[in-house]
Design a protein around this ligand. Sequence first.
Ligand SMILES: Cc1cc2nc3c(=O)[nH]c(=O)nc-3n(C[C@H](O)[C@H](O)[C@H](O)COP(=O)(O)O)c2cc1C
Length: 329
Amino acid sequence: MARITDELVIRGNHIKNRIVMAPMVTFSFHGDNRSYYGRQHIEHYTKRAKGGTGLIIVQATSVFGALYSTGMWSVDDVAALKQIANNCHKYGATIMMQLHCGNMDINRLSDEEIHSMQMNMKQAAIRASEIGFDGVEYHFAHGFTLCKFLDASYNRRTDGYGGDALNRARILTKILPDIRNNIHKNFIIGVRMGEYLPESRDGIEAARAFEKAGIDLLHISFGMQPPTHPVPEGFIYSPITWSGCKIKKEVNIPVIAVNEIRTEEQVRFLIENNYVDFAAIGRGMLADPEFASHVINSEPVNMCSECKRCFWFTNHTLCPAGSQYSDNQ
Ligand SMILES: Cc1cc2nc3c(=O)[nH]c(=O)nc-3n(C[C@H](O)[C@H](O)[C@H](O)COP(=O)(O)O)c2cc1C
Protein backbone atom coordinates (compact mmCIF):
# COMPACT_ATOMS: atom_id res chain seq x y z
CA MET A 1 0.00 0.00 0.00
CA ALA A 2 1.35 3.44 -0.93
CA ARG A 3 1.46 6.05 1.82
CA ILE A 4 1.19 9.82 1.59
CA THR A 5 4.71 10.15 2.94
CA ASP A 6 6.27 7.74 0.43
CA GLU A 7 8.67 9.53 -1.83
CA LEU A 8 8.34 9.08 -5.56
CA VAL A 9 11.32 9.55 -7.84
CA ILE A 10 10.77 11.08 -11.25
CA ARG A 11 13.88 11.48 -13.43
CA GLY A 12 16.08 11.49 -10.36
CA ASN A 13 13.94 14.07 -8.51
CA HIS A 14 12.96 12.71 -5.10
CA ILE A 15 9.47 14.05 -4.53
CA LYS A 16 9.20 13.69 -0.78
CA ASN A 17 5.46 13.02 -0.45
CA ARG A 18 2.31 12.68 -2.52
CA ILE A 19 0.84 16.12 -1.91
CA VAL A 20 0.98 18.59 -4.79
CA MET A 21 0.13 22.27 -4.86
CA ALA A 22 -2.07 22.74 -7.95
CA PRO A 23 -1.15 25.58 -10.29
CA MET A 24 -3.15 28.68 -9.38
CA VAL A 25 -2.84 32.13 -10.83
CA THR A 26 -2.56 34.70 -8.04
CA PHE A 27 -4.68 37.35 -9.67
CA SER A 28 -4.39 40.10 -7.07
CA PHE A 29 -0.62 39.84 -6.65
CA HIS A 30 1.73 42.12 -8.49
CA GLY A 31 5.46 42.18 -8.99
CA ASP A 32 7.95 44.84 -8.16
CA ASN A 33 9.39 47.25 -10.78
CA ARG A 34 6.45 46.51 -13.10
CA SER A 35 7.37 42.84 -13.34
CA TYR A 36 4.65 40.21 -13.03
CA TYR A 37 6.37 38.09 -10.37
CA GLY A 38 7.70 39.65 -7.20
CA ARG A 39 7.85 39.59 -3.43
CA GLN A 40 4.22 38.50 -2.92
CA HIS A 41 4.75 35.43 -5.10
CA ILE A 42 7.99 34.56 -3.35
CA GLU A 43 6.26 34.60 0.04
CA HIS A 44 3.23 32.74 -1.28
CA TYR A 45 5.15 29.77 -2.66
CA THR A 46 7.75 29.72 0.12
CA LYS A 47 4.96 29.33 2.69
CA ARG A 48 3.50 26.32 0.89
CA ALA A 49 6.96 24.73 0.59
CA LYS A 50 7.62 25.38 4.27
CA GLY A 51 4.20 23.83 4.91
CA GLY A 52 5.49 20.46 3.73
CA THR A 53 4.21 20.29 0.14
CA GLY A 54 6.00 17.60 -1.88
CA LEU A 55 5.57 19.12 -5.34
CA ILE A 56 4.71 22.73 -6.07
CA ILE A 57 3.42 23.59 -9.54
CA VAL A 58 3.79 27.33 -9.99
CA GLN A 59 0.86 29.02 -11.69
CA ALA A 60 0.22 29.31 -15.41
CA THR A 61 3.05 31.31 -16.94
CA SER A 62 2.79 32.43 -20.55
CA VAL A 63 5.42 30.95 -22.84
CA PHE A 64 5.22 34.03 -25.03
CA GLY A 65 8.13 36.28 -24.21
CA ALA A 66 10.46 33.41 -23.32
CA LEU A 67 12.41 33.86 -26.55
CA TYR A 68 13.18 37.55 -26.04
CA SER A 69 13.04 37.88 -22.23
CA THR A 70 9.86 39.94 -22.31
CA GLY A 71 6.44 39.48 -20.66
CA MET A 72 6.68 37.13 -17.71
CA TRP A 73 10.35 36.44 -18.55
CA SER A 74 11.77 39.92 -17.86
CA VAL A 75 14.93 40.28 -15.79
CA ASP A 76 12.92 41.12 -12.67
CA ASP A 77 10.48 38.25 -13.24
CA VAL A 78 13.36 35.82 -13.63
CA ALA A 79 14.97 37.14 -10.44
CA ALA A 80 11.72 36.53 -8.49
CA LEU A 81 11.24 33.10 -10.06
CA LYS A 82 14.80 32.17 -9.07
CA GLN A 83 14.06 33.14 -5.51
CA ILE A 84 10.86 31.06 -5.57
CA ALA A 85 12.75 28.01 -6.84
CA ASN A 86 15.59 28.45 -4.32
CA ASN A 87 13.25 28.91 -1.37
CA CYS A 88 11.09 25.92 -2.31
CA HIS A 89 14.19 23.75 -2.63
CA LYS A 90 15.41 24.97 0.74
CA TYR A 91 12.29 23.46 2.30
CA GLY A 92 12.63 20.21 0.35
CA ALA A 93 9.88 20.75 -2.20
CA THR A 94 10.21 19.80 -5.84
CA ILE A 95 9.11 22.68 -8.04
CA MET A 96 7.67 22.82 -11.54
CA MET A 97 6.27 25.67 -13.59
CA GLN A 98 3.05 25.47 -15.54
CA LEU A 99 3.46 26.76 -19.10
CA HIS A 100 0.50 28.36 -20.83
CA CYS A 101 -0.06 29.23 -24.50
CA GLY A 102 -2.96 31.65 -24.18
CA ASN A 103 -6.42 31.18 -25.68
CA MET A 104 -6.20 31.16 -29.46
CA ASP A 105 -8.39 29.67 -32.17
CA ILE A 106 -6.09 26.84 -33.18
CA ASN A 107 -7.99 26.18 -36.39
CA ARG A 108 -6.83 29.55 -37.73
CA LEU A 109 -3.15 29.28 -36.77
CA SER A 110 -0.74 29.38 -39.72
CA ASP A 111 2.33 27.14 -39.97
CA GLU A 112 4.48 30.13 -39.00
CA GLU A 113 2.35 30.89 -35.95
CA ILE A 114 2.51 27.27 -34.82
CA HIS A 115 6.26 27.21 -35.32
CA SER A 116 6.68 30.43 -33.34
CA MET A 117 4.53 29.08 -30.50
CA GLN A 118 6.57 25.88 -30.41
CA MET A 119 9.81 27.87 -30.24
CA ASN A 120 8.41 29.77 -27.26
CA MET A 121 7.21 26.50 -25.67
CA LYS A 122 10.70 25.09 -26.01
CA GLN A 123 12.47 28.23 -24.85
CA ALA A 124 10.19 28.58 -21.82
CA ALA A 125 11.16 25.08 -20.66
CA ILE A 126 14.85 25.86 -21.19
CA ARG A 127 14.52 29.12 -19.27
CA ALA A 128 12.64 27.38 -16.45
CA SER A 129 15.45 24.85 -16.13
CA GLU A 130 18.09 27.60 -16.15
CA ILE A 131 16.15 29.45 -13.45
CA GLY A 132 16.31 26.35 -11.26
CA PHE A 133 12.91 24.70 -11.70
CA ASP A 134 12.84 20.91 -11.63
CA GLY A 135 10.35 20.68 -14.45
CA VAL A 136 7.50 22.19 -16.42
CA GLU A 137 3.87 21.24 -16.94
CA TYR A 138 2.30 22.19 -20.29
CA HIS A 139 -1.26 23.42 -19.79
CA PHE A 140 -3.37 21.26 -22.10
CA ALA A 141 -6.50 21.66 -19.93
CA HIS A 142 -9.43 24.04 -19.31
CA GLY A 143 -10.24 24.96 -22.90
CA PHE A 144 -7.12 27.01 -23.59
CA THR A 145 -4.99 26.89 -26.76
CA LEU A 146 -3.23 23.58 -26.14
CA CYS A 147 -6.47 21.97 -24.93
CA LYS A 148 -8.12 22.93 -28.23
CA PHE A 149 -5.45 20.99 -30.12
CA LEU A 150 -6.22 17.88 -28.06
CA ASP A 151 -10.01 18.05 -28.30
CA ALA A 152 -11.13 15.89 -31.22
CA SER A 153 -14.30 17.92 -31.84
CA TYR A 154 -12.71 21.38 -31.63
CA ASN A 155 -9.61 20.56 -33.65
CA ARG A 156 -10.55 20.67 -37.34
CA ARG A 157 -7.01 20.99 -38.65
CA THR A 158 -6.20 18.87 -41.69
CA ASP A 159 -2.40 19.06 -41.33
CA GLY A 160 -0.15 17.04 -39.00
CA TYR A 161 -1.69 18.73 -35.94
CA GLY A 162 -5.25 17.49 -36.50
CA GLY A 163 -6.83 14.05 -36.90
CA ASP A 164 -5.90 11.18 -34.61
CA ALA A 165 -4.63 11.51 -31.04
CA LEU A 166 -0.99 11.28 -32.09
CA ASN A 167 -1.49 14.26 -34.39
CA ARG A 168 -3.49 16.24 -31.84
CA ALA A 169 -0.68 15.84 -29.28
CA ARG A 170 1.98 16.72 -31.86
CA ILE A 171 2.06 20.41 -30.95
CA LEU A 172 4.22 19.25 -28.02
CA THR A 173 5.46 15.81 -28.98
CA LYS A 174 7.11 17.13 -32.16
CA ILE A 175 9.38 19.46 -30.19
CA LEU A 176 9.91 17.18 -27.19
CA PRO A 177 13.17 15.60 -28.46
CA ASP A 178 14.53 19.07 -29.17
CA ILE A 179 13.55 20.26 -25.68
CA ARG A 180 15.21 17.20 -24.11
CA ASN A 181 18.40 17.79 -26.11
CA ASN A 182 18.67 21.28 -24.67
CA ILE A 183 17.92 20.53 -21.01
CA HIS A 184 19.62 18.41 -18.35
CA LYS A 185 18.40 14.84 -18.15
CA ASN A 186 16.67 15.20 -14.78
CA PHE A 187 14.22 17.82 -15.99
CA ILE A 188 10.59 16.71 -15.57
CA ILE A 189 8.22 17.40 -18.44
CA GLY A 190 4.55 16.99 -17.59
CA VAL A 191 1.16 17.68 -19.13
CA ARG A 192 -2.07 18.86 -17.52
CA MET A 193 -5.08 17.67 -19.51
CA GLY A 194 -8.62 16.32 -19.25
CA GLU A 195 -10.18 12.95 -19.97
CA TYR A 196 -13.22 13.92 -22.06
CA LEU A 197 -11.87 15.31 -25.35
CA PRO A 198 -14.78 15.10 -26.00
CA GLU A 199 -15.12 11.33 -25.41
CA SER A 200 -13.27 9.46 -22.70
CA ARG A 201 -11.42 7.37 -25.29
CA ASP A 202 -10.03 10.58 -26.86
CA GLY A 203 -8.44 11.56 -23.55
CA ILE A 204 -7.10 8.06 -22.98
CA GLU A 205 -5.54 8.01 -26.45
CA ALA A 206 -4.00 11.45 -25.90
CA ALA A 207 -2.59 10.36 -22.53
CA ARG A 208 -1.04 7.31 -24.18
CA ALA A 209 0.36 9.47 -26.99
CA PHE A 210 2.07 11.69 -24.42
CA GLU A 211 3.42 8.69 -22.53
CA LYS A 212 4.75 7.16 -25.74
CA ALA A 213 6.48 10.44 -26.63
CA GLY A 214 8.28 10.50 -23.27
CA ILE A 215 6.19 12.76 -21.05
CA ASP A 216 7.09 12.05 -17.40
CA LEU A 217 3.97 13.04 -15.49
CA LEU A 218 0.26 13.54 -16.22
CA HIS A 219 -1.99 15.85 -14.24
CA ILE A 220 -5.64 15.18 -14.96
CA SER A 221 -8.11 18.02 -14.61
CA PHE A 222 -10.72 18.68 -17.33
CA GLY A 223 -10.66 19.49 -21.04
CA MET A 224 -12.98 21.98 -22.77
CA GLN A 225 -15.56 21.68 -19.96
CA PRO A 226 -15.76 19.96 -16.57
CA PRO A 227 -17.31 16.48 -16.93
CA THR A 228 -20.64 15.74 -15.25
CA HIS A 229 -20.51 11.95 -15.64
CA PRO A 230 -21.49 9.93 -12.57
CA VAL A 231 -18.72 8.46 -10.41
CA PRO A 232 -18.82 4.87 -9.09
CA GLU A 233 -20.63 4.26 -5.84
CA GLY A 234 -18.36 4.77 -2.87
CA PHE A 235 -16.02 7.07 -4.73
CA ILE A 236 -16.15 10.22 -2.64
CA TYR A 237 -14.93 12.77 -5.16
CA SER A 238 -16.00 14.68 -8.26
CA PRO A 239 -16.04 13.36 -11.85
CA ILE A 240 -12.84 15.40 -12.47
CA THR A 241 -10.98 13.48 -9.77
CA TRP A 242 -12.39 10.22 -11.13
CA SER A 243 -10.94 11.12 -14.54
CA GLY A 244 -7.48 11.11 -12.94
CA CYS A 245 -8.11 7.64 -11.51
CA LYS A 246 -9.29 6.34 -14.87
CA ILE A 247 -6.30 7.70 -16.78
CA LYS A 248 -3.99 6.21 -14.13
CA LYS A 249 -5.17 2.75 -15.18
CA GLU A 250 -4.31 3.43 -18.82
CA VAL A 251 -0.70 4.61 -18.53
CA ASN A 252 2.52 3.61 -16.80
CA ILE A 253 3.71 7.08 -15.83
CA PRO A 254 2.77 8.84 -12.57
CA VAL A 255 -0.62 10.55 -12.50
CA ILE A 256 -1.88 13.46 -10.39
CA ALA A 257 -5.59 13.80 -9.58
CA VAL A 258 -7.18 17.09 -8.53
CA ASN A 259 -10.43 18.82 -7.61
CA GLU A 260 -12.16 19.36 -4.32
CA ILE A 261 -9.73 17.25 -2.33
CA ARG A 262 -10.07 18.89 1.05
CA THR A 263 -9.31 16.55 3.94
CA GLU A 264 -6.70 14.12 5.24
CA GLU A 265 -9.15 11.25 4.71
CA GLN A 266 -9.68 12.22 1.09
CA VAL A 267 -5.94 12.40 0.37
CA ARG A 268 -5.36 9.06 2.10
CA PHE A 269 -8.20 7.35 0.24
CA LEU A 270 -6.74 8.30 -3.14
CA ILE A 271 -3.12 7.45 -2.38
CA GLU A 272 -3.50 4.43 -0.12
CA ASN A 273 -5.92 2.73 -2.53
CA ASN A 274 -3.53 3.41 -5.39
CA TYR A 275 -6.13 5.33 -7.34
CA VAL A 276 -3.42 7.81 -8.36
CA ASP A 277 0.17 8.68 -7.45
CA PHE A 278 -0.39 12.26 -6.27
CA ALA A 279 -3.26 14.37 -4.93
CA ALA A 280 -3.15 18.00 -6.04
CA ILE A 281 -4.68 20.58 -3.75
CA GLY A 282 -5.83 23.91 -5.12
CA ARG A 283 -8.07 26.07 -2.96
CA GLY A 284 -7.26 23.94 0.09
CA MET A 285 -3.68 25.07 -0.29
CA LEU A 286 -4.78 28.72 -0.46
CA ALA A 287 -6.82 28.35 2.72
CA ASP A 288 -4.05 26.47 4.50
CA PRO A 289 -0.41 26.91 3.41
CA GLU A 290 0.48 24.10 5.82
CA PHE A 291 -2.08 21.72 4.32
CA ALA A 292 0.56 19.06 3.61
CA SER A 293 2.16 18.97 7.05
CA HIS A 294 -1.27 19.12 8.72
CA VAL A 295 -2.45 16.12 6.70
CA ILE A 296 0.80 14.19 7.20
CA ASN A 297 0.70 14.79 10.97
CA SER A 298 -3.07 14.20 11.23
CA GLU A 299 -3.61 17.74 12.46
CA PRO A 300 -6.69 19.83 11.69
CA VAL A 301 -6.69 21.46 8.28
CA ASN A 302 -7.86 25.04 7.79
CA MET A 303 -10.56 24.16 5.25
CA CYS A 304 -11.55 26.06 2.14
CA SER A 305 -14.97 27.45 3.05
CA GLU A 306 -16.51 26.42 -0.31
CA CYS A 307 -17.92 29.91 -0.75
CA LYS A 308 -17.66 29.19 -4.50
CA ARG A 309 -16.81 32.81 -5.16
CA CYS A 310 -13.14 32.07 -5.02
CA PHE A 311 -11.95 35.50 -4.04
CA TRP A 312 -8.48 34.38 -5.04
CA PHE A 313 -9.58 35.14 -8.58
CA THR A 314 -10.06 38.79 -7.61
CA ASN A 315 -8.72 39.73 -4.20
CA HIS A 316 -7.19 37.00 -2.06
CA THR A 317 -7.47 39.06 1.13
CA LEU A 318 -11.26 38.55 0.94
CA CYS A 319 -10.99 34.74 1.06
CA PRO A 320 -12.93 33.80 4.21
CA ALA A 321 -10.85 30.71 4.85
CA GLY A 322 -7.52 32.21 3.93
CA SER A 323 -7.73 35.45 5.86
CA GLN A 324 -5.97 34.16 8.94
CA TYR A 325 -3.07 33.12 6.76
CA SER A 326 -3.35 36.05 4.41
CA ASP A 327 -0.18 36.67 2.47
CA ASN A 328 1.49 40.06 2.56
CA GLN A 329 -0.22 42.70 0.47
C1 LIG B 1 -7.50 31.17 -7.89
C2 LIG B 1 -7.32 30.01 -8.82
C3 LIG B 1 -6.42 30.09 -9.86
C4 LIG B 1 -6.23 28.99 -10.74
N1 LIG B 1 -5.27 29.06 -11.71
C5 LIG B 1 -4.98 27.96 -12.45
C6 LIG B 1 -3.85 27.93 -13.31
O1 LIG B 1 -3.04 28.85 -13.37
N2 LIG B 1 -3.66 26.81 -14.06
C7 LIG B 1 -4.49 25.72 -13.99
O2 LIG B 1 -4.28 24.74 -14.70
N3 LIG B 1 -5.52 25.71 -13.12
C8 LIG B 1 -5.77 26.78 -12.34
N4 LIG B 1 -6.76 26.73 -11.41
C9 LIG B 1 -7.45 25.43 -11.16
C10 LIG B 1 -6.74 24.67 -10.03
O3 LIG B 1 -5.43 24.26 -10.40
C11 LIG B 1 -7.54 23.42 -9.60
O4 LIG B 1 -7.58 22.52 -10.66
C12 LIG B 1 -8.96 23.77 -9.18
O5 LIG B 1 -8.97 24.86 -8.28
C13 LIG B 1 -9.65 22.55 -8.52
O6 LIG B 1 -8.93 22.11 -7.39
P1 LIG B 1 -9.39 22.52 -5.89
O7 LIG B 1 -10.82 22.07 -5.73
O8 LIG B 1 -8.44 21.80 -4.99
O9 LIG B 1 -9.31 24.02 -5.77
C14 LIG B 1 -6.99 27.82 -10.56
C15 LIG B 1 -7.91 27.76 -9.51
C16 LIG B 1 -8.07 28.83 -8.63
C17 LIG B 1 -9.04 28.70 -7.49
